[in-house]
Design a protein around this ligand. Sequence first.
Ligand SMILES: [Zn+2]
Length: 498
Amino acid sequence: MNIVRLSSRKTAIIGFMSFFTLAVSGQEKAALEISHSNPPSEALAPLRFLAADELMGRGTMRSEIHIAARYVSEEFRAAGLRTCQGANDYFQSFDIKSQVPSKMGTLKMAGKSYTIGNEVVEINGDNLTFSAPVVYAGFGTGEDLDKAGVQGKIVVAKMGFSDTSKINEAFHDVDLKRKMVKDRGGVALIELYRPMGFPWSGIVRFLSSERPEIENSDKLPELLLNDSLVASKLQGQGTIGSIDITDVVNTYTPAENVLGWVEGSDPKLKDEFIVLSAHYDHLGVAKKPKMEEGKMDSIYNGARDNALGTTAVIDAARYFAKHPPKRSILFIAYTGEEIGEIGSKYFSEHPLVPLRQIVYNLNIDNASYDDTTIVTVVGLGRTTADADIKKACAAFQVTAMPDLEPEQDLFDRSDNVNLAEKGIPAPTFSLGMRKFDAEINKRYHQLSDEVGNLNLSYCMKFINSFILSAENIANDQTRPVWIPGDKYEAAAKTLYGN
Ligand SMILES: [Zn+2]
């Protein structure tokens, strides 16, 4: 057909159509290139290795986790990734502190004596023996603290803030509140328990059991006290409080995130980084063997959760080292996700690339799947990278779908949240999940989450659509941001400026 004979309007339509065809074939070409350089036999080797019984479920506190870390680091080396300044080879090493909390300490104030494990529990701190004046400061907002005058004092404040309605929100805010007390010279914080639908006995049980955490620089002692009536006795000045805790036992376990990077090809955009991440730890070994699907088993292989995610990050590293996109890419395999997103928390607090240079994080984490025609992107609809992700998935014949059960709060339940809280747009790529129901729970955190019952051709689509999504985002001239009004938008403004 001769284009000259067509009316200008038709020419415009044809022009638009051929642009569209080109755009589609661009994705198809990229998809072919990825499939070609990532054949299943090689692509899935990391999955088989990491989910093997010999790795003993990759429990963060077990020694075999270091074999997994070593393996990922050697894959990064073989791919040709660069190491980060400040890292030890491909490792970001740190200690996980496990604290066996006090069972018999005391807090005395306002003529009363409270026992640890009964009316009071320790949220932060160690063995302590000291006395100081006590001051009551409402909810302990900055304004409350300034008004009360907390320098050199033990600060008593109501748990959470005035608009806190859930106990987990209140726990989430404790670091912030402690920091405000510490910045103003306070010597300890005692929060007064408010039920918010959660019984005191549950809190005592949780805070009295051994718990792993990152050793934080903030050593300000914090207790939680179940006596809301004490506030009225503290209004006047002059009350002295004393805290006596001597039976806390700490142990330290070495841990490591594994990370490396590829430099971008564009002279300007290479200063911006896309983080591709997945946690490589899982649940370790069950205390007692269990019969599951006719087989006695005790090893949590975690094939879906998250050997597959780690595999996708390794495959992406192999691919992008040979096909560098415009932006630079930082690959991270996190430890400690299953015990409280500890690895990603550590990275977010000790980033080896300045956080404001990280413009996007595409994380992977998995429960299980109930639909192999879709990929669930937890956070689809919340950043401006949707189109880049959707067309990548379409090129591998799967449909990118948002998280269909927002009440599960999945966005805030994996490693992506630690970067999101710093302001970095950070969705999580997951196997297709229509409903978090029995079908998912059949494998989620179960002994039978194994390679043998995975649909491997679907896994390949999943891995490859992740790689192409990352490539699209890393090459996009327009830098992706949060959709206006997102709850993490304010953090983004603080991180990147306006
Ligand atoms: Zn996981």
